[in-house]
Design a protein around this ligand. Structure first.
Ligand code: HPA
Length: 236
């Protein structure tokens, strides 16, 4: 089913690994600043997708949009119709545990959710998606080589951005270190398609530390840059 209702790329236009930021402009930023010979392969709804080369390695980047229904569409089509093998989400998250500081790199080992996504997708209601051990292992090695200490733990994928603080008792109960809005749907898609996925985030704010700094645009850019580098080097 190519092209799909949401992606006009042709078969073979995507590399084996696709990096997925939420924001289409961030997809363009990664293509412009990190990829050689980047070619636009999708722009339906402004969901910019590019394929190019990072240090000689063919790699793609395409936006996911915000929330689980949105990433659920794009991850499904990439895995099942374009035969993409690995999807690495590169996003922002809110820290929900004091061990995670603003600017920290967070890797979601498991993605919890209370969303109905799993049930609607034909999985057990309380299914918990997990990172691909293969990609997690690669990311760990990359972090070590770049002297980055990632915070690896359970992440919560929320259906709401406003009102998440009500979930703090749940975060404590399930050892959730950060909250974002897409990871669980990505992991469920990878599970069903028998493909690999990894959730890498940068903590841009904190729900638990009232003294957490508000990042300047420059600081935000810098911490995102190291996340992009980890993700680009994790791709095989
Ligand atoms: N919730 C969801 N996504 C986020 C947050 C948050 O608090 N912070 C950054 N991305």
């Amino acid at each position: 089913m190519i092209p799909t209702p949401h992606i006009t790329a042709k078969i073979g236009d995507f590399a084996d690994t696709v990096l997925m930021p939420g924001d289409p402009l961030r997809s363009k930023f990664i293509a412009d600043n990190y990829l050689d010979k980047a070619v636009l392969v999708n722009n339906v709804r402004g969901i910019q997708g590019y394929t190019g080369f990072f240090e000689g390695k063919r790699i793609s980047v395409m936006a996911s949009g915000m929330g689980m229904p949105s990433i659920g569409i794009y991850a499904y089509e990439l895995f099942n119709f374009y035969d993409v093998k690995n999807v690495i989400r590169v996003g922002s998250c809110g820290a929900t545990h004091n061990s995670v500081k603003v600017r920290d790199l967070v890797i979601g080992d498991k993605a919890y959710t209370t969303s109905s996504f799993a049930e609607n997708f034909g999985l057990e209601k309380d299914f918990i998606g997990e990172a691909s051990p293969y990609l997690l292992n690669r990311a760990n090695k990359v972090c070590e080589s770049l002297n980055i200490i990632p915070k690896i733990g359970n992440v919560f994928s929320s259906d709401v951005f406003y009102g998440e603080a009500a979930k703090i008792p749940y975060f404590i109960k399930y050892n959730i270190i950060a909250v974002e809005m897409e990871g669980a749907a990505l992991y469920m898609n990878a599970y069903k398609a028998n493909k690999n996925a990894l959730l890498i985030c940068t903590a841009s704010d904190s729900l638990v530390d009232k003294n957490a700094p508000n990042l300047t645009a420059e600081e935000r850019e810098k911490s995102f840059a190291s996340m992009f580098e980890v993700a680009l080097r994790t791709a095989d």
